[in-house]
Write a protein of this length. Structure first.
Length: 210
């Protein structure tokens, strides 16, 4: 499939596999975001990790801190890697929008860079679903590449994909409109450790369910 059409998220991340972890796993901003979340979680919290990838660093950090983690990813290769690397967590290969989960069953939901191949409507639907899955006052941590683009063909680590996102203000409005209050945010630039990767802006939001 060519760049104009792009590949599905599952196909892209099946191809990337462990290369994705090597490229993004040492992000200082990602680790700082995780540390902030861990400082604010009650012991033995139940956490949903959307787009869990290889399980590192997110699921690994959470289970090491004693929390219960369910990771969901559309890539069978990523789910297999995550199950091997973080056997203490549970992982499902599924579309998060279609996966039946208990409402109010989670204390926190993490969505690190896993919405960029979703349409704008799907991103909104996911945020509203995250609110329903959280306990009252539950925490949402979400990170994205804050660019105003819709269904644009790009090459990501050598793979042709279609990307959709929002500018920073519009993305924040999307999150608050889904029923969250933003309590902390960080904007940064990050260069993945990969020869085919480019420097990208990143936006991290820590939120509470209203």
């Amino acid at each position: 499939m060519d760049e104009e059409h792009g590949l599905t998220a599952a196909t892209v991340f099946d191809a990337l596999g462990a290369d994705y972890e090597r490229a993004f796993g040492e992000s200082a901003a990602h680790h700082a975001s995780l540390s902030r979340l861990l400082d604010r979680l009650a012991p033995h919290s139940r956490v949903l990790d959307v787009g869990s990838g290889t399980g590192r660093p997110t699921a690994r950090a959470l289970v090491d801190a004693g929390h219960r983690v369910l990771g969901v990813d559309v890539s069978p290769v990523m789910v297999e890697l995550a199950a091997k690397q973080v056997p203490e967590a549970d992982f499902e290969c599924a579309d998060i929008l279609e996966l039946p989960l208990e409402e109010g069953g989670f204390d926190a939901v993490c969505i690190y860079f896993s919405m960029l191949q979703m349409s704008r409507d799907e991103q909104s639907r996911l945020l509203h679903k995250a609110r329903r899955l959280l306990v009252p006052g539950g925490q949402l941590v979400v990170a994205t590449v804050p660019l105003d683009v819709e269904d644009v063909g790009v090459v990501f680590m050598g793979q042709p994909v279609r990307a959709t996102s929002f500018g920073p203000e519009e993305f924040t409005e999307l999150v608050t409109g889904a029923g969250f209050s933003v309590v902390w945010e960080q904007s940064t630039l990050f260069t993945p450790d990969h020869e085919a990767a480019a420097t990208e802006p990143q936006l991290f939001l820590h939120c509470r369910r209203v």
